[in-house]
Structure formats: structure tokens, C-alpha cells
Design a protein around this ligand. Structure first.
Ligand SMILES: [Zn+2]
Ligand SMILES: [Zn+2]
Length: 388
């Protein structure tokens, strides 16, 4: 179906500036023109932004679930439910993210995502193979029984699915280097997470292709933590490695519960909007009433409690990922930091798209790119979502 749209009466959020009262024209799902002002083409269907914002669709590299479902449930239905629930919050391409679990559970999740990816309105850009290769002392809220070190045979099965496009492994695990190299060869964006890695282990990982660290400050090494593991002299950790290396990027869970405002500001100022991504790391409790839910597979995932703001691990001492969509992360980041609105939106769209190699097709409002477009009100709430 051909569709010719003209978005009017809004401030367009370009990667580096705001364009007031812009007109954006799309045709058959592609952005064909952006004009600072003027009148929309006569034949086009007019979308009135009502004085709000015209923004690019968000890109989320790290997403477990939503709407009551977790990708690890391993069914096409669950996968569609999660996609739909995040679409309402402005996330267009998503990267379904595995937790720890058995080989069968992960293979089933990959198969379900492949099936759903073939849907016409699918938002699945590729799977983030996240669990099971975590460090034993950094498993976090994931099931410990499903954690292990990578082996060539297991990795091969996952990569052969053809849908894995982001790959995480803790750098200090035996077999990590071989995992990174195999995933690099398969074209994946490589990340280190749930790890207690030292500077030297990070250097080795970097040489094997690792360029990103999952949820900065959460389930990662620190200088005092490494002192416990490796003694003195104290050693630099994942944090120093990311901050000091211009080729590294990372992500923050900007839900206001995981990290304080000064940490969000610190991350933004130290890394800048081109090396910092916003992620939701959202679990199945998005848009669900407060209560107890499983993180990971519906039958044997670990229990957590959602209070409607965030997920809590049993005991209520530590967090178990977020229960909010990307629109919430954008609003929190805007409120908590000195980043400009174009910069905040860039961290939720163009920067993650660039890191995973999709920026030539999406991630910003530019001529020739996919018309993944959000209409936001002045409070940055999502009013309408257009997918291609
Ligand atoms: Zn995690
Ligand atoms: Zn996660």
C-alpha cells in the first residue's frame, strides 16, 4: 500500500538541532523531504503534531520483555507481545535479548524471533545474545543455573541461526576470545557485560573485537571489586577502560531507579552523546500491574517483584532490570542531565543505530531513511508511532 504522509505543526528533532515548524514528507515508508517551513504537498495525508515534536523512532539494544511476555518464553506470540508493547513507547527496531538459560531455551527463543522477524510489521532488527556467558560472580538477577562459559560448539549453533547481531560475553571467561572472534566474523557488534574483568582482560577482548559494555555501573567490575579479586596494586576496571578508550561505547538504564541523576550526568559528560546509548533493559512487567513476575523463561526464570517503577530481586536489596519503555528513559535523561534534547534523542536512536551498523537506514530523520517516526507532545510523551 502506498502511503504519502506530511508531518506538520511540530518541532523536528534532527541529530544536531531542533527545526521549528518543520515539514517532513514520507512516501512508501521512506523519508523523502524535510523542509524548515512551507506547505505540505497537496496529495499527502497530513499528520498534525499539534505543536509537539517530530522525532525519530527509538532504537533499543537491550530489551528482555514487556506486556507480560519475555522473549525467553520462546514463542512467536510472546515475541510479538513484547514488540507491540515497546512500539507503544516509541521503540521501533528492537534487539530481543537473551537471559541465561539452557541451550534449548535459547535456540527456541532464536527460532521464535526468526519467525516473527518475517512479519510485515516486525520491529525485530536482530537478537542480542546476552546470557548465558556471564561471570559467576556477576550473574545479577539472571538464573545462576543457566550461566556458563562459551564453547565453540554452542556458540556456533547460536550464530548459525543468522539472527544474532549483538553478542555479549564476560571478558575473563575461558573461551571468551574465541567467542568474540567467532561473533565478529558473523558480523555481530561485540559487548562485554556481567563481568568482573580487569584492564588487561578488557584489552585482550578489545583486540578480539569487543567495542561496548552493557549497562554501565551495573554488574560490572570496579577498582575496589578488582582489588578483592586480584589484590594489589589496584587495577583499572571496565569503567576506566570504557572512559579512556574513544572506540568504546556503553549504555545506561536511565529509568531513574538504577542510576542517580549525577551518575547519568557523569556518563553523558565523560562519554558524550555519540558513545553513550540509552537502553531500557526492560523485563516482562512493562505496562503490567505491580506484582511478582519471572525474569527470563516463564517456567523457570528467577522471580522478581515489580513495584510499578522498577524490578526488585527477592529480598528487595538489589534491582532486577527495568519495567519502563524508552520514552520514560528519554524523559528521565532530559530531566536529570544537561544534555540538549537533540542529544538525548540521539542517545536513544542514532547512536545505538550507528553502533550496530544500521545508521544508513534508520536512527534519525534524514532524507532516504526509513520513516520510523514518533509524534511526541511537549512532555515527550508518545502520541503516535509510524513504522516505515
Ligand atoms: Zn544485565
Ligand atoms: Zn538485561
Amino acid at each position: 500500500m502506498t502511503r504519502h504522509l506530511a508531518f506538520i505543526n511540530g518541532t523536528l528533532i534532527a541529530p544536531d538541532r531542533l527545526i521549528e515548524d518543520a515539514i517532513l514528507v514520507s512516501r512508501d515508508g521512506i523519508i523523502t523531504a524535510i523542509k524548515p517551513h512551507g506547505t505540505p504537498p497537496k496529495q499527502a495525508e497530513v499528520i498534525d503534531a499539534r505543536g509537539g515534536y517530530i522525532a525519530p523512532g527509538y532504537v533499543d539494544l537491550h530489551i528482555h520483555g514487556g506486556g507480560g511476555a519475555d522473549f525467553m518464553d520462546g514463542t512467536a506470540d510472546a515475541s510479538r507481545t513484547v514488540g507491540r508493547s515497546h512500539l507503544k513507547h516509541g521503540t521501533t527496531p528492537i534487539f530481543p535479548t537473551t537471559t541465561t538459560g539452557s541451550v534449548d531455551q535459547i535456540m527456541q527463543m532464536l527460532a521464535a524471533c526468526r519467525e516473527v522477524q518475517a512479519d510485515q510489521a516486525s520491529t525485530i532488527a536482530g537478537v542480542h545474545l546476552y546470557g548465558p556467558y556471564f561471570a559467576p560472580d556477576k550473574v545479577g538477577c539472571h538464573s545462576e543455573a543457566g550461566r556458563r562459559s562459551p564453547t565453540a560448539a554452542e556458540t556456533k549453533r547460536y550464530l548459525a541461526s543468522g539472527i544474532v547481531s549483538i553478542a555479549t560475553c564476560a571478558a575473563e571467561l575461558p573461551g571468551a576470545d574465541a567467542f568474540y572472534r567467532a561473533a565478529s566474523k558473523a558480523g555481530c557488534f561485540i559487548t562485554c557485560g556481567h563481568s568482573n574483568a580487569s584492564w588487561h582482560e578488557m584489552q585482550r577482548a578489545f583486540q578480539a573485537g569487543m567495542r561496548h559494555v552493557d549497562h554501565f555501573w551495573c554488574a560490572m567490575s570496579s577498582v575496589p571489586g578488582l582489588r578483592q579479586r586480584l589484590g594489589v596494586p589496584m587495577q583499572a576496571s571496565m569503567a576506566e577502560f570504557v572512559l579512556m578508550n574513544q572506540e568504546m561505547s556503553t549504555e545506561v538504564i536511565a529509568d531513574g531507579c538504577h542510576l542517580s541523576p549525577e551518575l547519568l550526568e557523569f556518563a553523558y559528560r565523560m562519554l558524550g552523546p555519540d558513545r553513550l546509548c540509552l537502553v531500557t533493559d526492560c523485563n516482562r512487567a512493562l505496562d503490567m500491574p505491580p506484582g511478582d513476575y519471572r525474569f527470563g523463561h516463564v517456567s523457570d526464570g528467577t522471580w522478581f517483584h515489580s513495584d510499578g517503577q522498577v524490578g526488585w530481586a527477592p529480598g528487595g536489596q538489589s534491582l532486577a532490570s527495568s519495567v519502563k519503555g524508552m520514552d520514560h528513559m528519554v524523559r528521565t535523561m532530559k530531566r536529570a542531565t544537561s544534555a540538549s534534547l537533540p542529544e538525548v534523542i540521539r542517545m536513544a536512536s542514532l547512536t545505538p543505530a550507528r553502533r550496530v551498523g544500521l545508521a544508513d537506514r534508520l536512527g534519525s530523520l534524514e532524507r532516504g531513511k526509513l520513516a520510523n517516526i514518533l509524534v511526541l507532545n511537549k512532555k515527550l510523551e508518545v502520541k503516535q508511532v509510524f513504522l516505515g
